[in-house]
Design a protein around this ligand. Structure first.
Ligand code: GTP
Length: 323
């Protein structure tokens, strides 16, 4: 980047500068202030040196690329193009903060450099410039807000996506880690019973070995459908691990939870699993362990109690419910 002339000795005109659009071409004070400002030449790929200094850069010819800085956490590395007449750096002049964007030329470009003190003198001299500056800043704030909203929406979308198990469509372990402590706290605070049913498919290794892993996946999907199809909208079904699932029943007593588990156990026996060729495979069964949150328990204790009940159901011969 090298200085090739000043604005006063160049053929550029005040009307070429967007910030001075609609101002009086013959305004001597503005012309005088701009006259001494240097014009720099950048070759394609050149970066603006000392671009972090609070200065205004107005592009006269060529194209600039401005990359938002990611270090502040406010920007995401978005790249914008600056075209002739447009400017960059106004905000850092106004708030006297360093300009954290990096600026480089996409092709051979000429840039007018206006130091901060001259920008302030221009603002004092020209209402039109002050007005254009406000309009520009307002536009930039709106654009930044819109981008923020888009990023929030996208973030929420991916957050939700990361909470769902890809194979079964049930909530996953990350969801459970996120939500179960809150559900437990709510149950304690409102003294309402929270029931948890731990479910494990029986002899699933054998099912996989006999019918193949894909058929095993189908069986997991069928089991998940049994759970999600049999619950109230306020209940949650979670894939806890490989062939282990869990159902959370807020505001549900042990008696009701037991009958829900019995119903699920029966529906699991009846569920049909289809292989690739849509041939029905042998039925699957599952074992169920039921627990209801006690006042002295946290989420880990609740899971451990349901797990212990599940273990007993396996020991008693599987395909049954133990509370
Ligand atoms: N197809 C398929 N199989 C899985 C998946 N996740 C875990 N498994 C299988 O589930 C089986 C679980 O086996 P075990 O823990 O020995 O239990 P089990 O054979 O069901 O025996 P019990 O629980 O005692 O009735 C393993 O063979 C795993 O490979 C999966 O996503 N898809």
């Amino acid at each position: 980047m090298k200085e090739i002339s000043t604005f006063g000795s160049s053929s550029y005109r005040i009307s070429d500068l967007q910030l001075l659009r609609n101002s009086d071409e013959d305004d001597a004070a503005i012309a005088r202030l701009l006259a001494r400002c240097p014009i720099m030449l950048l070759d394609a790929g050149d970066a603006v040196t000392e671009s972090n200094r609070a200065r205004l850069y107005i592009l006269l010819r060529g194209t600039l690329s401005v990359t938002n800085d990611t270090r502040t956490g406010m920007a995401d590395g978005t790249v914008s193009k600056i075209l002739p007449g447009e400017s960059v750096g106004e905000q850092s002049v106004l708030d006297e903060e360093a300009n954290l964007a990096s600026i480089s030329a996409l092709e051979e470009s000429e840039v007018l450099v206006v130091e901060a003190d001259i920008v302030w003198q221009l603002i004092d001299e020209s209402n039109v410039l002050a007005r254009n500056l406000l309009r520009l800043l307002s536009f930039r704030i709106r654009a930044a807000n819109a981008q923020l909203r888009r990023r929030q929406k996208l973030g929420e979308f991916y957050r939700q996506l990361s909470m769902v198990d890809g194979l079964t469509g049930l909530c996953n372990r990350a969801w459970l880690n996120d939500l179960l402590p809150t559900m437990v706290a709510t149950a304690h605070a409102s003294s309402s019973p929270l029931a948890l049913i731990m479910i494990d498919l029986d002899h699933f290794k054998q099912f996989n070995d006999s019918h193949g892993h894909q058929a095993g996946d189908e069986a997991l999907r069928a089991a998940a459908q049994v759970l999600s199809g049999a619950l109230r909208p306020t209940d949650f079904a979670v894939r806890y691990g490989g062939e282990e699932m869990m159902v959370l029943l807020p505001d549900t007593s042990d008696k009701v939870a037991l009958s829900v588990a019995e119903r699920l156990c029966e529906r699991m026996r009846q569920a049909k699993v289809f292989a690739d060729m849509r041939q029905p495979l042998p039925h699957i069964t599952a074992s169920f362990g039921v627990a209801v949150l006690r006042p002295d328990q946290n989420e880990h204790d609740l899971i451990a109690t349901a797990d212990a009940a599940l273990y007993r159901a396996k020991e008693l011969g599987r395909n049954q419910v133990v509370a």
